[in-house]
Every structure is written in C-alpha cells, then in structure tokens.
Design a binder for this molecule. Structure first.
Ligand SMILES: Nc1ncnc2c1ncn2[C@@H]1O[C@H](COP(=O)(O)OP(=O)(O)OP(=O)(O)O)[C@@H](O)[C@H]1O
Ligand SMILES: [Mg+2]
Length: 171
C-alpha cells in the first residue's frame, strides 16, 4: 500500500515520519531531486517549482509498500492519505521557531485554518484520515500513523478536526 503523509508546511510530517521504524519512508523533497522534477524556482515564495505529473509518473513505477512524506505527497496517487493537522496558534509557533519570515508564517497558518491541504487531499485520494498533532509528540504521531495503517481508523475519520472556533476568536 502507498500511504501519503501530508499537511501544511510545519505541521510535523518529517519529525513524525522519522520515528516510523519498520516502514519504507520516502521524503518527497528527495524524490523531486532523484527524479529530476524541478522545473524552476519561485523567487517570491522562495520554493522550487515541481512538475507534479512527472514526479507522480516516476513514483508510480516504484515497487513495494511505502510512505510518501511531504506537503504534496497527496498528489502522487497514494491509496490512502493521512493529513497531519495542527492548531493555527501552535503552528504559528512551530513555524516561527523554524525561522520562517512573517509572510510565509501567515500564509501557512491561514492555509491550515481553512483546511487547504485537507480539501485538496479529499479531491485526490480515495481514503483520507486526519491526526490532530497539536498536543502530541512526534513519537505519538508516528504511533497514530501505524494504527491507521493497521486498520484502527475510527478515531481518525475526516471531520473531527475543526479550527473554526479558534479562527472566529481572531475577529
Ligand atoms: N509534534 C510536535 N510537537 C512539537 N513540535 C513539533 C512537532 N512536530 C514537529 N515539531 C517542530 O515543528 C517544526 C516543523 O516540523 P517538521 O519540519 O517536522 O514539519 P514538516 O511538516 O515536515 O514541514 P515541511 O513541510 O516544511 O517539511 C520543527 O521545528 C519541529 O521540531
Ligand atoms: Mg518536512
């Protein structure tokens, strides 16, 4: 089975997946380089532009069970996707700690607040689950990912994460 671990930048995908012992994990950032899928550089957003279709095609030829970890892993035709979530307030702290500039922090906090990655994932992947990582350590997030993979899924159904109350308190 191909599992995508996705979510807004900074939610903790890499941290959680580094604790996934016994599973083959690929970082999407590494695959982009390996399969030569960079098409340019977006100076304004300081990010690489990626040919997602080319990357998806290359990934589809890889064999075996795998976890694809990265913020657009849900675009690489996985069988199942796990969207890591984080309360916007806490995400803001995590992103600032990473040293990101104000604009990039705001852009991502807003995206998390209005479920951008979740919606895109629901549009592209047949089975989708969510983990609220706000009060979890990366080790616990990794355990939750393993539970979902092994079929313990009820707790992680889409819809149990809702930032609307927090967002409304901004006004
Ligand atoms: N569960 C957690 N609790 C507290 N802090 C965390 C947790 N997971 C990650 N962090 C911290 O948040 C920051 C972002 O984590 P990480 O790099 O794993 O996110 P990411 O989702 O992989 O981001 P990107 O999409 O940019 O690769 C790091 O500074 C990390 O130490
Ligand atoms: Mg990462």
């Amino acid at each position: 089975m191909r599992i995508a671990v996705t979510g807004t930048p900074g939610v903790g995908k890499t941290s959680a997946c580094s604790k996934l012992a016994g599973m083959q994990v690929y970082r999407v950032y590494d695959l982009v380089e390996e399969f030569d899928a960079v098409t340019g550089y977006d100076r304004k957003r300081k990010t690489k532009e990626v040919d997602v279709a080319k990357l998806a095609k290359a990934v589809s030829k890889m064999e075996g069970d795998m976890v694809l970890e990265g913020h657009f892993s849900h675009m690489l035709k996985p069988d199942l996707a796990i969207v890591l979530r984080c309360s916007p307030k806490v995400l803001e702290k995590r992103l600032r700690k990473k040293g990101w500039d104000e604009k990039k922090v705001r852009e991502n906090v807003e995206a998390e607040a209005v479920d951008v990655v979740l919606i895109e994932t629901l549009e592209n992947v047949p089975e989708v689950f969510e983990i609220d990582t706000t009060d979890m350590k990366p080790e616990s997030v990794a355990r939750a990912i393993k539970r979902i993979v092994s079929g313990e899924r009820q707790k992680y159904r889409v819809g149990h994460v809702d930032w609307s109350e927090e967002v409304l308190s901004w006004f």
